[in-house]
Structures are given as C-alpha cells and as structure tokens.
Design a protein around this ligand. Structure first.
Ligand code: SF4
Length: 261
C-alpha cells in the first residue's frame, strides 16, 4: 500500500476569536463612530481618489473636485483634463481622472441616467456587490467600501493592512488571496460588526502590525496571534520595545473625507 502523506492545513482563527480580537482592538483604538457618510456615488469617486495616496491627499482632491464642479453630474459631463486639474493635489491625477469619468458614465448608462445609487441598499448583499462589480475598476474592496461605508451594508472591504493582519492572525490561511478573503471574512464576522472589524483591523495594521517590523511586543492581540513567536525570534525577543509607543485612541475613520471648513 502506498503511504500517502496527507498535508493538513492548519486551522484558521475561529469567529469567536476574531470577535475577541476586534473587541481588544476597539478598546485600544476606538470608539469607532462615523456619523458622516457620503452618498454612494460620491463614496465611489472618493474611493478612486484614495487609491495609492494618503487619506489627507484624497480628502483634498475630493474637496477640490466638488469645489470646482459642484455635483457629480457636472463631473460626469466635464472634460477629463478639467477633472485632472481639479484632482491634482491627490496625486496620480492622469490615471484617476479618466477612471472617474468612465465609471460615472457607466453608472449613468446602467442606471437610467441617474447617479443615485441608493437603490443598492434595497438589494440582497450579493446582488448589490455584483451590480457594483460590473463597473470599470470596481473590485471587491471598492464595492465593499461603497456598500459598508456609504450604505451601512455588511460588506467586507479588505485592504492591504487588513489583509496582512488577517494573515498574521491566521484568520485566513496563507494560500488565500485578497479577493477570496472578502467572502471568508464576511462569513466569519457578524453583519453588525463588519464596520467595527474594518476600522479595528485597519488601525491595528497601520499602527502596530506594520508590514515591516511589527510591534509584537506592544500588541494588544499578541496572545491570540500565532505569528508572534516567529516575529519575536526574527526581530528580537523585545520586538517593539524601544520603539515609540503606538498612538492609542481614535484616529480618523478611513474612507471618509475630512469635513471641509
Ligand atoms: S503579535 Fe505581531 S504579528 Fe501578531 S498581530 Fe500583533 S503585531 Fe501583528
């Protein structure tokens, strides 16, 4: 008989443990409150503006766009070069201006000439996601941001920070890619907790579980983390000690442009 070696995948973090991690992070970086929401089409444009740039720069670019054109309907009618000039403070304007024009044009085409996407809130989550995913340049992350942040629907949006923390905490296994992670994490996080999960994990990834030299010695979820030992051994047993203590308490909520004066 051939002795087959069966490789077993190590188990991933349970839903209960993830809930515990969110609670610990919320105590550290919370409370997470957001009264301010953009309408969904605005959130979509803001999401494009926030690609590969800081929240501050994308906030500036969005403010400039609205100052210059007043409404998204006017942006949809504008020349790409005029959009490019308006969003220049956000960076990558040459790439983002045609993207904005194209996506707004497609929404108008598919939605009977309207940019009002509030009808998505009446759809089942999977259908609302599928509707957004047919738009050019809208992947699972952008669809999740629009549905969760604008319409309060329980859609996941896994960005690079959240993905890294999920991998290190083994909420997903090492072979799971970012796109697939959306569905897995949506199944593990209760609908009412998706917003808290997002803001907790993104804050943790930005402040403590950084890509380079994570501050494992100062990590509030270190006791739940199967990667901690490995990082401590690699970086030094006092990983994080001697580094500036990460900022506690609430920071700006991601994906929401700062209020303009
Ligand atoms: S212990 Fe280290 S690797 Fe694990 S979550 Fe904390 S900072 Fe990230």
């Amino acid at each position: 008989m051939v002795d087959k070696q069966v490789k077993r995948r190590s188990p991933t973090m349970s839903a209960a443990r993830i809930a515990q991690a969110v609670e610990l992070m919320a105590r550290e970086y919370g409370p997470f409150e957001s009264e301010r929401r953009l309408p969904p089409a605005d959130e979509m444009v803001f999401t494009i503006l926030s690609q590969h740039t800081s929240d501050i720069n994308s906030g500036r670019a969005y403010a400039r766009l609205m100052e210059r054109f007043g409404t998204l309907e006017a942006v949809a009618q504008a020349d790409v070069s005029a959009i490019e000039t308006a969003i220049a403070p956000g960076g990558l304007a040459k790439v983002k201006a045609p993207r904005i024009k194209e996506v707004l044009g497609k929404v108008l085409e598919l939605n009977s000439g309207s940019l009002d996407l509030s009808f998505l809130a009446e759809m089942p989550l999977a259908k609302a996601k599928a509707w957004l995913r047919q738009l050019p340049g809208i992947g699972p992350k952008s669809a999740g941001i629009i549905l969760n942040f604008s319409l309060g629907m329980p859609a996941m949006a896994i960005d690079t920070h959240i993905f890294r923390v999920c991998q290190r905490l083994r909420a997903i296994d090492a072979k799971t890619g970012a796109d697939k992670a959306h569905d897995i994490m949506e199944a593990k996080v209760p609908p009412g907790e998706v917003f808290n999960f997002h803001v907790a994990f993104i804050n943790h990834g930005r402040r403590v579980c950084r890509a380079q030299r994570p501050l494992c010695g100062q990590c509030v979820v270190g006791n739940l983390c199967p990667s901690r030992k490995q990082f401590m051994a690699k970086i030094g047993t006092k990983a994080g000690a001697g580094e500036k203590t990460p900022r506690r308490g609430p920071g700006p909520i991601p994906h929401i442009p700062p209020e303009q004066a």
